[in-house]
Design a protein around this ligand. Structure first.
Ligand code: ADP
Ligand code: GN1
Ligand code: MG
Length: 366
């Protein structure tokens, strides 16, 4: 994220029809990738206006093509199941020229979604019930897209969850050390190097045909699902930029990484960062229920690996960005990415200590 989004905000606002005068457009949310604004109009409606991160997405038009396809498909499915398509999936507000997005004078892409009202976006699971609600939502997302034509989807970020490739990119950043920061991160570097073999476990299982490619979300943190304030149900999975073929265990794993603990992703005091096995259990139960039988026995067997590798990989990504000079993830303090990396590695170590229990929990609900 950078402040230059404000430079083109007025142009972007003018490119869309918000159904009335725009009263306000302010930065919104806690995402690390896009520039997000909440737009309020005179008729009292709200919208999400986003500038898609060009640091993350080389082809925003491909991102939008995926989102149009997936949300059209979900809308039909939700309606058939008697749900409310306006609240249970994102809808795109097209630009005045009929396109799914607007490109500003600097070539940056903007898009608009109606704001889904009367929902909460949580940064931490306040109760196990809410965490389970998010698990049901992400599991159902897998189930609903099980028959989606995967070949029509673009790979919006190549090698996104290829942990072997993430390891290689980390080594390259370490070697270059453009910011001269490697000397500050010895223990973190050691941690990554000691886990080199682990990085290959899921990719090897994919290549061996043990794990299938599915249509997956790939960014299933708790704040990417909206919880209905009235019912406490996870009603809408958002942030669809990385929906593409991937591993189901990674959708499970990324939620565990972010939500199965009681601390913030950027907590500085590591004594507060502890993997929570009961929350792991709650999420496992909800996710498997939401998936409704679409996972193979091998996918279920590998769920703990999904949890461990998504956490390790995310820590590696934060560390790589720190070494590179913080160009990818939005940061709000100088060592932000390093703090984030440390929480992830603490969680990985915790998981390693209760590995047998994690396996037992997965077997219990398989
Ligand atoms: P990023 O990729 O930067 O995480 P997101 O698409 O997740 O961007 O959006 C950032 C935040 O904006 C979300 O965490 C959520 O709080 C809010 N948000 C996004 N879309 C909607 C929507 N349609 N309705 C309500 N809130 C939304
Ligand atoms: C980013 O977009 P956001 O903030 O929901 C990132 C995820 C990371 C996450 C770490 C496209 O998610 O992969 O796991 O930060 N998204 C992208 O919090 O890189
Ligand atoms: Mg997000």
């Amino acid at each position: 994220m950078s402040n230059t989004a404000e430079k083109h905000l007025q142009d972007a606002l003018a490119a869309f029809d918000f159904g009335g005068e725009v009263l306000d457009a302010s930065r919104y949310g806690c995402g690390h990738i896009n520039d997000t604004f909440c737009v309020t109009t005179k008729p009292g409606k709200r919208y999400i206006l986003q500038r898609i991160s060009s640091a993350a997405f080389a082809h925003p038009e491909q991102v939008m093509s995926n989102i149009v396809g997936v949300t059209d498909y979900l809308r039909e499915k939700i309606a058939k199941d008697g749900g409310d398509p306006e609240r249970e999936t994102l809808s795109i507000v097209r630009a005045k020229n009929g396109e799914a997005s607007f490109v500003d004078g600097e070539g940056e892409t903007w898009r608009v979604f109606p704001f889904i009202e009367d929902t909460d976006c949580l940064q931490q699971a306040d109760t196990p019930e809410l965490f389970e609600a998010s698990a049901l939502a992400f599991g159902s997302f897998q189930r609903m897209l099980a028959d989606y034509p995967a070949s029509t989807l673009y790979e919006t970020i190549p090698h996104f969850h290829d942990t072997v490739d993430r390891f290689a990119k980390f080594k390259a950043a370490l070697e270059k050390d453009v910011m001269d920061r490697a000397k500050e991160v010895g223990p973190e570097v050691e941690f990554v190097l000691a886990h080199e073999k682990d990085c290959a476990v899921c990719m090897d299982a994919l290549h061996a045909g043990k794990l299938p490619l599915k249509v997956t979300h790939n960014d299933t943190k708790l704040n990417n699902v909206l919880i209905d304030k009235a019912t406490g149900k996870g009603i809408c999975v958002i942030d669809l930029d990385t929906v593409m073929p991937g591993l189901s265990i990674n959708d499970f794993g990324d939620s565990i990484r972010f939500g199965a603990n009681h601390s913030a992703e950027d907590e500085k005091d590591l004594s507060k960062v502890n993997f929570d096995l009961p929350l792991f259990e709650v999420y496992t139960r909800g996710f498997l229920k939401g998936c409704g039988g679409v996972l193979t026995p091998e996918e279920i067997e590998y769920l703990p690996w999904g949890a461990k590798l998504m956490t390790l990989e995310c820590g590696i990504r934060f560390l790589t960005d720190y070494l590179d000079g913080d160009h990818y993830f939005a940061i709000h303090r100088p060592e932000h990415n390093l703090d984030r990396c440390r929480t992830q590695f603490k969680l990985v170590s915790d998981m390693e200590k209760v590995w047998e229990e994690m396996l037992a929990i997965v077997h219990k609900y398989a």
